[in-house]
Write a protein of this length. Structure first.
Length: 392
């Protein structure tokens, strides 16, 4: 005897399937996103710019029709000689060959489709597992933010803040009291209206909360030795830094400094787009940062972060000055870093700046090296202690 029970729930039974599909999409995006962090098309763009990421191994939803006519059971193929207990062919053995650039192939290509996301969404996927060092509490904070908090109820207010729940509760209390006093009969069918005394409005209190000040210095060598490929890697790394900081914090100052033998404070567009020529004094960019700190950003009131990108070449006579200036920055910064860019096959004449700065390495100062665009994300994750597998 079979017993059928009616399922009365109105829950969306497809919600679980949609959630699983969404999780697979997000996993595919996270696995493929690091390949495009250094693409030139996204550097220096606004957070609303749309980019496309290919997602492989996941197909779009589709309905499959058919009655499996001619099949011998679940999992069997129509028209095939399938026997019970037969071992499925090892998928590692490939009979055909997929196509490659400029070469034909005879194997079915891998299916994929593009997912379009904004740079803001890209930042969320990239940086959820990374953490900028905690901002220390500084004295004399000059920046405050309005913080709105709920604080009880009041009998007067604007209609938008009317609490329907509290108002209804007041009416019910008044109605029950009226029944108890004999002034209202609930069986009479007479309407029991709301009264002005029933109305309750949400009370909002605005507090001014101090925000810890922070400033990030982006310093980049734009001398003649910094060729196009080197500047591309530097801009890629700074793009990640900028997006990470913009994603994590709302109130923060960013200072862009470009230098050759002389240093200048520039705007964001000039920093990412303009090139230059001439020699290199690493100390010029570092000392320019120290000058700006003395003028505008007192270390007692500001959290300081400084990152310098260069190809590692510098005039030998400037090395002691650069090391001294970097030590001065390390002493007052919560976190600082030197990013050296040497593409594969390039040689440096003289001592690498990474070796000059190596004795200064601490938990608050790190030296990184980039040789190709695939290094950008692993080295960035290393700087901030992310969960990314640096062995890849």
């Amino acid at each position: 005897m079979s017993i059928f029970k009616k399922h009365n729930t109105n829950a969306d039974r497809s919600a679980t399937d949609r959630r699983r599909h969404k999780e697979k999409i997000e996993k595919a995006i996270k696995e493929g996103i690091h390949d495009i962090v250094a693409e030139e098309s996204i550097i220096g763009q606004s957070g609303k710019k749309k980019i496309k990421i290919p997602v492989r191994g996941i197909k779009e939803y589709q309905f499959v029709f058919g009655r499996n006519q001619g099949s011998k059971g679940v999992g069997s193929a129509q028209g095939q000689d399938i026997k019970k207990g037969q071992k499925i062919q090892d998928g590692k053995k490939q009979q055909g060959r997929g196509g490659k650039p400029n070469k034909p192939g005879n194997e079915k290509g891998e299916e994929f489709y593009d997912v379009e996301i904004s740079l803001d969404e890209l930042a969320r996927y990239l940086f959820d597992d990374l953490n900028l060092p905690d901002l220390a509490k500084k004295s004399n904070n000059s920046v405050t933010a309005e913080q709105i908090k709920r604080k009880g109820y009041r009998p007067k207010g604007i209609r938008a803040r009317l609490s329907k729940k509290e108002t209804l509760k007041n009416k019910i209390r008044r109605q029950k009291q009226a029944v108890k006093n004999g002034t209202y009969d609930p069986d009479s069918g007479e309407r029991f209206p709301f009264h002005d005394d029933d109305l309750k409005y949400k009370h909002i209190e605005v507090k001014h909360k101090p925000i810890t000040n922070a400033v990030i210095f982006f310093i980049m060598d734009v001398s003649g030795s910094m060729g196009k490929s080197k500047k591309f890697l530097a801009r890629s790394f700074f793009f990640l830094l900028y997006q990470f900081i913009r994603y994590r914090y709302e109130k923060i100052d960013i200072v862009f400094i470009s230098h050759t033998t002389e240093a200048n404070e520039v705007n964001e567009d000039d920093f990412f787009q303009r090139g230059s020529s001439g020699g290199t004094y690493i100390s010029s960019g570092l000392n320019k940062s120290l000058d700006i700190i003395n003028e505008r950003y007192n270390p007692s009131s500001w959290n300081l972060y400084a990152f310098h990108c260069s190809d590692g070449e510098n005039w030998v006579e400037d090395n002691p000055k650069a090391k001294l200036a970097m030590q001065s920055l390390i002493d007052i910064c919560q976190l600082s870093g030197y990013i050296q860019i040497i593409p594969e096959g390039d040689n440096i004449y003289g001592t690498e700046m990474a070796d000059v700065f190596a004795p200064l390495i601490t938990d608050s100062f790190k030296v990184l090296k980039l040789t190709k665009k695939e290094d950008v994300w692993p080295q960035f994750a290393k700087l901030f202690g992310g969960k990314y597998d640096l062995k890849q």
